[in-house]
Write a protein that binds this ligand. Structure first.
Ligand SMILES: [Zn+2]
Length: 202
């Protein structure tokens, strides 16, 4: 049986760059890698996996919540790499888990653990439940030297705890932050959601 990995991190923790580096290494050795991503992530073009440092590659397979995976189609692969796995449905995560048993291909999923309200994404929750290995991709807080564990959402420059869970955005809409800075920013805006709030580094 091969392993299911969940490599999670906040926004800007270089998850996609990590994925693309792993894919490059497999392919350099003549191995066969399948690049997978959710269909709803269309920020960089429907079939592209892109990292903020400029690396990108075409996804081989796009998945949505209704996609049922046929294990036979994963035979003869050396690795399956999944980007933005938090957006996959729990059902798809379970299908990926089965692929590690038969045909026995390792599956490495990269994604966010929690949303901007610090709540687990359903896909991330299922990965936390089913993965053999759970590994953190780390980045420091935007405002201090602590490790970032939260994703702070900004709308028009103001931190917010409002809006839908899935709202794909560019860099300016989210910041990786430590708990202290997340709590400081969101407690203030929860009391008064005004446009005048400014984050102060501690
Ligand atoms: Zn901080």
């Amino acid at each position: 049986m091969a392993k299911l990995y969940f490599r999670y991190g906040t926004m800007d923790s270089a998850k996609s760059m990590n994925l693309l580096a792993v894919a490059h290494n497999y392919r350099k050795q003549g191995k066969r890698v399948l690049l997978v991503k959710p269909r709803l992530d269309t920020r960089f073009g429907a079939a592209k996996i892109s990292s903020r440092c400029g690396l990108e590659a075409d996804a081989d397979l796009l998945l949505d919540g209704e996609t049922a995976l046929d294990p036979a189609e994963f035979r003869n692969l050396d690795c399956v790499l999944v980007d933005e796995a938090q957006f996959l449905s729990p059902q798809v995560i379970e299908d990926l888990r089965r692929i590690t048993v038969d045909p026995g291909v390792p599956v490495i999923c990269y994604g966010l653990r929690t949303d901007f309200r610090t709540k687990l994404f359903p896909g991330a929750q299922r990965l936390m439940e089913l993965a053999d290995r759970i590994e953190e991709v780390k980045v420091t807080c935007q405002y201090c030297q602590k490790k970032a564990i939260c994703n702070l959402r900004f709308v028009n420059g103001t931190p917010t705890v409002r809006g839908p869970q899935i709202q794909l955005g560019a860099d300016e809409h989210y910041a990786p932050v430590c708990w202290n800075h997340y709590d400081e920013a969101t407690r203030s805006v929860a009391i008064e959601q005004s446009g005048s709030f400014a984050l102060r580094p501690s």
